[in-house]
Each structure stands twice: as structure tokens, then as C-alpha cells.
Design a protein around this ligand. Structure first.
Ligand code: Z5A
Length: 227
């Protein structure tokens, strides 16, 4: 309960809204050690430069009750795969109802570090839960609140684990073996195949500078498309 490691949200509502664009929902995905923290900074800087109001948030978590569920998810001794899936969606429902939907309705963009694609990759391909159960939960919980753009940081799992190796307090999921993360990557690739217009792949094996450049160009393409 007292172990929340990251702030719930960072608001950037003070910026003058010069853009007339309707609020958009952007998500960031990737497996262990993909570099999401660095990528999040790049996205925030870009949105600030566009002067659009936005919040950044995360899953599991991003809302008071959802952060409690996150603790259970990441720090329980053991969770059955279906329990893990249901808790991910329980947290997501709180996040959607109390943060994501009201924020978008208010005209403020939402950038989330992970969302529903992670459930397909981790619980679907990682834990072996059938895709149709996740599709049902997506329809039930997410409904039409789908991301407008998803950036997938695609890293070789061995490289990702190598980068994350220095972490001292790995959580329950981070302690999984290489084969688990290889399956996660397959799961994400499957998502890209089904929604190539929404999910843009960024080669996260590249240097931090090259990854930042790729993210910036995907964001620019997105803005051109919606303007
Ligand atoms: N999960 C799930 O199972 N189902 C769901 O539906 C959802 C989530 C929503 C918590 O997520 C866990 O929940 C997660 C998936 C599961 N478990 N795992 N694994 P999280 O997002 O909070 O935790 P995380 O995946 O561990 O992400 P992270 O720690 O926030 O970020 P990261 O991408 O793994 O790594 P990073 O900290 O940004 O970078 C790692 C290191 O690499 C760091 O030292 C960087 O400086 C370095 N780095 C970054 N980029 C580069 C490049 N390009 N070159 C070299 N080094 C780099």
C-alpha cells in the first residue's frame, strides 16, 4: 500500500492549448528493459512542444484503487494466471472510469505507460490464456476507449533482460525467465499484425538517441495524420 514507486500522474494542464486537435489517447508498450521510461520523457517533450494539455499515467495503476491492485499484482508471492488477468482488468476499469475517460472528455490528452496490448502479450502469450477471454474482457472493460496511437518499443528479449539486470528489487513478473519474455515479444508482434495502423513499432535495440528520433518521427506522422 505504501510501496508506490512512481507518481500516479504528472499533469501538464498549465500549458496554453494552441492546438485545436481533439484529445488523443497514446499508449506505450514493450517488454522488460525496452526503455519505456526514456521513451515517456521523449513523448512528454513532444506534447509540450505542441502545447497540448496532457497527463501521463501508467498501468497497472494510474488511479488510487488501481495502484493498490498493482501492489497485489507485482508483489504477491504467487497469483494464478486467471487471477492475474482479472486483476489487470479490474485495475484498468478503475483507471478508465476515474482517470482516462474523464480526462479525454475534458479535452486533455492521455499518455499511458502500458494498456490493453500488455494483457494480450503478458497474460495471453506469456501465461497462455486464450485470446478470446482477453477479447471478451477488452470489449467489456475497454469498450470504445481504444488508444489512437500505440508505440511498441521492440527489443530483443535477451538485450532487454541484460539492461534490466542491475535492478536490485525485481518484481514478480520481472523475475520471469528469458523464454517468458520471448513469448511476450511474439504476443506484441501478433497485436501489430492485427492493428498495424494503430501500433507503430520502434526498434528499441538501437541507441537511446536513435530510439528518441524514431519516437519523434512517429509522433510527427501521427500529428500530420490527425491535423
Ligand atoms: N503487465 C501485465 O502483465 N499485463 C498488463 O495488462 C499490464 C502490465 C498493463 C509492470 O509494468 C508489469 O506489469 C510489467 C508488465 C505487467 N512487468 N514486466 N516486466 P511496468 O511498465 O511498471 O514495468 P516494466 O516493464 O518493468 O517497465 P519499466 O521498468 O518502467 O521500463 P523498461 O522499459 O523495462 O525499462 P527502462 O527503465 O526504461 O530501461 C531499462 C534500462 O535500460 C535503463 O537503465 C535505461 O537507461 C536503459 N536503456 C533504455 N533504453 C536504452 C537503449 N536504447 N540502449 C541502451 N540502454 C537503454
Amino acid at each position: 500500500m505504501n510501496n508506490i514507486k512512481k507518481p500516479l500522474q504528472n499533469t501538464s494542464r498549465d500549458y496554453v492549448q494552441v492546438s485545436k486537435l481533439a484529445a488523443k489517447f497514446i499508449t506505450l508498450e514493450g517488454s522488460e528493459g525496452a526503455g519505456k521510461s526514456t521513451a515517456m520523457k521523449v513523448i512528454k517533450e513532444k506534447l509540450e512542444s505542441w502545447q497540448v494539455p496532457f497527463i501521463s499515467t501508467r498501468e497497472p495503476g494510474g488511479e488510487h484503487n488501481a495502484e493498490h491492485i498493482r501492489e497485489l499484482l507485482l508483489h504477491s508471492q504467487h497469483l494464478a494466471a486467471k487471477t492475474e488477468l482479472l486483476l489487470m482488468f479490474a485495475a484498468r476499469n478503475e483507471h478508465l472510469e476515474k482517470v482516462i475517460r474523464p480526462t479525454l472528455a475534458d479535452g486533455t490528452w492521455v499518455v499511458s505507460d502500458r494498456f490493453v496490448d500488455a494483457s494480450y502479450a503478458y497474460q495471453g502469450f506469456g501465461r497462455g490464456i486464450d485470446w478470446s477471454s482477453i477479447e471478451y474482457l477488452e470489449k467489456f472493460v475497454v469498450g470504445t476507449t481504444k488508444p489512437d496511437l500505440t508505440l511498441l518499443l521492440d527489443v530483443d528479449p535477451a538485450e532487454g533482460l541484460n539492461r534490466a539486470a542491475n535492478r536490485s528489487n525485481k518484481d514478480r513478473i520481472e523475475r520471469e525467465a528469458l523464454s517468458f519474455f520471448e513469448n511476450i515479444r511474439k504476443g506484441y508482434h501478433q497485436r501489430v499484425k492485427s492493428e498495424p495502423e494503430r501500433i507503430k513499432v520502434v526498434n528499441a535495440n538501437d541507441s537511446i538517441e536513435a530510439v528518441a528520433e524514431a519516437i519523434n518521427s512517429e509522433l510527427q506522422l501521427f500529428k500530420n495524420k490527425i491535423s
